[in-house]
Design a protein around this ligand. Structure first.
Ligand SMILES: [Zn+2]
Length: 105
């Protein structure tokens, strides 16, 4: 069985080709599904990094989205002296208060 492809030409649909197609499709779907788990967003600096570069990861909601978790990367933990979720919340509160003061007072 041949499939006419305008870019490659005639591609024979062998068993190996089907296996490779299935593997590629499953890897892509896995990556798309677990993208916020593999590549979380730092709540401090807002950068998207690999999961191994994060020190603190907290799940706040039972969802597979970036809104359902609070992540702080290792460089932000070293920079702002964050060791737990309470430290991060306090630091966030202070930042918000300072922004408010700069805006209105
Ligand atoms: Zn960060």
């Amino acid at each position: 069985m041949f499939i006419k492809n305008h870019f490659i030409g005639d591609v024979k649909m062998t068993f190996e080709y089907k296996i490779v197609l299935f593997a590629a499709a499953s890897i892509i779907s896995f990556f798309l599904t677990f993208k916020p788990v593999i590549l979380p967003k730092c709540a401090c600096c807002g950068k998207i990094k690999l999961r191994t570069l994060f020190k603190l990861i907290f799940h706040t909601k039972r969802r597979l989205t970036r809104q359902g978790q609070i992540c702080v990367c290792k460089s932000c933990c070293d920079k702002y002296n964050i060791h737990s979720i309470e430290d991060f919340k306090r630091k966030n509160e202070i930042r918000k208060r300072m922004e408010y003061k700069n805006k209105y007072i």
